[in-house]
Design a protein around this ligand. Structure first.
Ligand code: S3P
Length: 439
């Protein structure tokens, strides 16, 4: 049942220290690679959100025993009995990635290497997203994959894979990871050349597990190994989730908040750089690392922001944060723009067109281009009823916009927020935000 969320204009500063749930990208990969390891992996603070749970259920279907040893609504500890690189069992029905693009695209790389057939499918939303970006390179490696006009469902027939060097046309961590995972099963070396620095969690995790992964400049290569060692790791807090309270504190006057143990992998910190360019003030304390990923406590306080022109290499480092960045831009002074971000059009929804449509209901005028948009702030936001379009990040961005609107905002289809950030509303409430679920 779709639920709606009501957000009230925020009349007091946001204050306090919170943790946000574990990183979604790392959580997907921990289940996939833990399943392929030889031995038992321990993964703490794993993210029990809609997207990674789809991955977990698929690996159970493929014969992997995964126990949840500590279970809270926002964090699970997992014990994964890895079956080894060649120990997955055929499933008796299609593998359902639900709404998760990362799940289906990385899984395709693994399933292309198996000696049994499989069908990979997902929700209506996922069935509309482009898959040729992975099926084409996998087919070049020798995979046999049938699709519906380049979209899911994907039917994979067993076939031997041969290593190759693939020059990626778009900077995408999902494509890079898919090919590297297929490379675990290919004959010889498999390499990708990336046009931009997409998130590198797959490479880091594979290296930590003893895989033969090398990076020289923009070229990343992998050679098959006999086995992967199990993981023993804590998942860092997801900077993509942290981005919502961070922007909220940047735009609600006199706010000052801290996010504990936030993942600060440089391939993910684009949002911090973009907000800094706009005048936001951060401080970083208690640097540490977990599972090969850097973390720290990250604080931000309200500041008067000015707009900026955002484009180039920072875009891929903050690709998921453009909906919430747009909300920040709407409150910053002057004309700001985003370019080099055509990928936003093929995310969960068209994150330029759909965002422009929903934010226009609150008074935001976005001048769209194929690869971005421009807008002039600061904009006096009007409370209204807006819809998430079943896109978690769009829903949470609209909720944060509601905090600085002049009257209450209702976000319909808001429960999709739990696809990446279970406990979003509770986390915001802990900082003093006024939000409530409507039945
Ligand atoms: C992800 C990669 C990105 C990102 C997605 C998660 C990943 O997608 O948008 O939310 O975990 O590899 P693309 O690879 O399509 O850019």
């Amino acid at each position: 049942m779709a639920k709606a969320l009501r957000v009230y204009p925020q009349t007091t500063p946001l204050r306090g220290t919170i943790t946000v749930p574990g990183d979604k990208s790392v959580s997907h990969r921990a289940v996939m690679l833990g399943s392929l390891a030889t031995g038992t992996s321990i993964v703490r603070r794993w993210l029990p959100a809609g997207d990674p749970v789809a991955t977990l259920e698929i690996f159970r279907q493929l014969g992997v025993s995964i126990q949840v040893t500590i279970d809270s609504p926002t964090s699970w500890d997992l014990e994964i009995e890895g079956v080894g690189l060649h120990g997955l069992q055929p499933a008796d029905r299609p593998l359902d990635a639900k709404n998760a693009g990362t799940c289906i695209r990385l899984l395709a790389g693994i399933m292309a290497g198996q000696r049994f057939p499989s069908v990979l499918d997902g929700s209506r939303q996922l069935r509309q997203r482009p898959m040729t970006r992975i099926t084409k390179p996998l087919q070049q490696m020798g995979a046999v994959i049938d699709s519906q006009d380049g979209k899911a469902p994907l039917t994979i027939t067993p076939s031997p894979l041969t290593g190759m060097t693939y020059e990626m046309p778009v900077a995408s961590a999902q494509v890079k990871s898919c090919i590297l995972l297929a490379g675990l099963y290919a004959d010889g070396e498999t390499a990708v050349i990336q046009p931009g620095e997409a998130r590198d969690h797959t490479e880091r995790m594979l290296q930590a597990m003893g895989a033969d992964v090398q990076q020289v400049g923009s070229r990343i290569s992998i050679r098959p190994v006999q086995q992967l060692n199990p993981l023993d790791m804590t998942v860092p807090a997801d900077i993509s989730s942290a981005a919502f309270p961070l922007v909220a504190a940047a735009i609600v006057p006199h706010s000052d908040i801290t996010i504990e143990n936030c993942g600060l992998n440089e391939t993910r910190t684009g949002i911090l750089d973009m907000l800094k360019t706009m005048g936001a003030e951060f401080s970083v304390k208690r640097p540490a690392s977990t599972g090969g990923e850097p973390t720290a406590d990250l604080s931000i306080r309200f500041s008067e922001m000015h707009s900026a022109d955002i484009g180039g290499p920072v875009v891929v480092r903050g690709i998921d944060e453009f909906p919430i960045l747009t909300v920040a831009m709407s409150q910053a002074a002057g004309v700001g723009s985003v370019s080099d971000a055509a990928e936003l059009r093929v995310k969960e929804v068209d994150r330029i067109g759909v965002l422009a449509g929903e934010l226009s209901k609150m008074g935001v005028v976005m001048d769209q281009r194929p690869d971005g948009f421009s807008l002039e702030g600061p904009i006096h936001l009007r409370g209204n009823t807006v819809d998430s379009h079943d896109d978690h990040r769009l829903g949470m961005s609209l909720a944060i916009a509601g905090l600085v609107a002049d009257s209450p905002t209702i976000i319909t289809e808001a429960n999709c927020m739990a696809d990446s950030f279970p406990g979003f509303v509770e986390a915001m409430q802990a900082l003093g935000a006024r939000m409530e679920w409507l039945e």
